[in-house]
Each structure stands twice: as C-alpha cells, then as structure tokens.
Design a protein. Structure first.
Length: 285
C-alpha cells in the first residue's frame, strides 16, 4: 500500500497508511487520507473525478485529489472543527454556487468520470439524458433501485406499486423546469465535514467529501441533507434560498427527491428504508 501511495502522489511515504480513516504522512510532512475502494472497481476513479468537478470557485471547499487509480484515492486531510451558524450560512451560499456551475445534461458524469459509477456500495449509472429531469429521474434513479429493493424483499408488492405510481405521475409532481445542476449526489450529513479551516476569518467551513457527482436537480442535494439531518440546516437553507431562490413548492417536493436515496438504502440495508420510501411515495398522492 505504501508503494502505491508513493506512486500516486510522487512522494516518498514516511509513515502509514494507518488509522481510521487511513492516513499516511509524506516526506514533506503532509498528512493525506488514503481510501481503498478495491471492493468497488472504478469507485476511486469516479470519486476523484467528482471531487475535481465539484471544486468550483465560491463553492464549498473540497479536499484536493493528490492521486487516484481504479482502486485507490489519495486526498488532502480536512482538519476537524465544529458546526457553527456562520459556517452553515457560508455553506448554503457555497452550495448554491456549486449547483449553479451546472452540468451538460441530467445524468451526465463529471469529466473523466465513468458512466458506471457508485453511490455507497451499489452501482449508479450516469447516462446523459436529453429530456426533462422528471423522465430521467424516474428511469435512471428511482425505478432501477425500486426493482432491486423489491427483488431483495425490502418492499412488498403494494409498496412497490405506490412508488411506481409516483413515477407514472412524476411530470406533474416535479415542479417548474430547471437546468441541470452540478450535484454532489450523496449529500448526507456524513459527507459534510465541519472544519476550523475556512477562509481565515475564524468561522470555519463545511467541506464536501465522498461525492456521487452527476448532473441533476438542485433540490435533490437539499432533500438529502434533510433526510438524515444536518446541524444548522435551517441556516443553510435560508442562505441558499437568499443566494439562489428556490422554486415555489420546493418543500412539498422533498419526498419526491428523497425516493432515490431511500431506495438506495433499501437495496443496501433492507426493509426499514423500503418502508420509508413507500411512506414518502404515499405522501405524494
């Protein structure tokens, strides 16, 4: 492992990798994070491309990619800190800036990223779609995971039918048309690291890690933040809306956007998440 890190970074590795997350120290004293994704072929390549793509001026800070191959990713280390209202406000504005950077199409992969990517430990297809967001979201985000969750028994036939019904009506539920946004794609609270290392004003910052980046609807990232909670989320959302006003009715569409992550979790972890997906679908009636 040490030799691989040295090859990817072009530096001698002085110590490690060790710890959780695994860290190594380079010969210049730089401490790096080493992520081994060999169990998910291509995941490191996809994540590296995603990190580079979402590192936009004015957006939330992102660890620098120091090297990557098909199985190993080496990035800078984010210094630990705490969540503060000031950092949350900055995060809301930065996330709006990231989304506004846009994508070529709904479903588009980051430049250099594979079409067959990953979200967590399950596959995610990134295929550019020319039509409206609602058609792409149903076809490439909801229905594949609905089928997989149903096949593993995480949803019963009646629950699966409720989710399928939403897909049949999704055009009427989706809200106003918006251009493709540049999404983090897996924006739960564990992928937001609060750090004391911000812009030098002492307020800190919220850093983004572990993206499943693609072109999508900006409300999807916000719905993911809401799904598992985030410190000062109300501050984040207010700052976002002030910077880039959200379309009317966006709060009523949170359940729609949460169908994808809930079904992914149902595939990975089982029926409790399947029940949550069904409940969200039924609230959309």
């Amino acid at each position: 492992m040490r030799d691989r890190v040295a090859r990817l970074t072009g530096r001698v590795v002085r110590d490690g990798p060790a710890g959780h997350p695994p860290r190594a120290t380079l010969d210049d004293g730089t401490v790096v994070v080493v992520k081994d994704s060999s169990a998910d072929p291509g995941a490191a390549t996809a994540e590296a491309a995603g990190l580079r793509w979402i590192a936009v001026p004015g957006g939330p800070p992102v660890p620098r990619v120091l090297g990557a191959d098909d199985a190993l990713l080496v990035t800078g280390l984010v210094a630990p800190g705490r969540a503060t209202p000031a950092a949350a406000e900055r995060f809301g504005r930065g996330l709006a800036t990231l989304h506004a950077a846009g994508a070529d199409a709904f479903g588009a992969a980051p430049p250099g990223g594979p079409a067959r990517a990953w979200i967590g430990h399950t596959r995610m297809e990134n295929r550019p779609h020319d039509g409206p967001w609602s058609d792409w979201f149903a076809a490439d985000r909801v229905l594949p995971y609905l089928r997989a969750a149903r096949d593993r028994g995480a949803l019963d036939p009646a629950g699966a039918a409720a989710v399928d019904d939403v897909c049949g009506r999704i055009g009427a539920l989706a809200g106003p048309d918006e251009p493709p946004a540049r999404l983090h794609g897996d924006l739960w609270s564990g992928n937001v690291l609060w750090s004391g290392d911000g812009d030098g004003d002492g307020d800190g910052a919220a850093w983004l890690i572990d993206p499943a980046a693609h072109g999508g609807h900006r409300e999807s990232d916000l719905a993911m933040l809401d799904l598992f909670g985030l410190p000062h989320l109300d501050v984040v959302l207010a700052a976002y809306d002030e910077h880039s006003p959200l379309a009317d009715g966006w709060r009523e569409r949170v359940d729609l956007h949460q169908l994808f992550p809930l079904l992914v979790h149902a595939v990975l972890f089982g029926g409790g998440y399947g029940a949550q997906a069904v409940a969200a679908a039924r609230r959309l009636r």
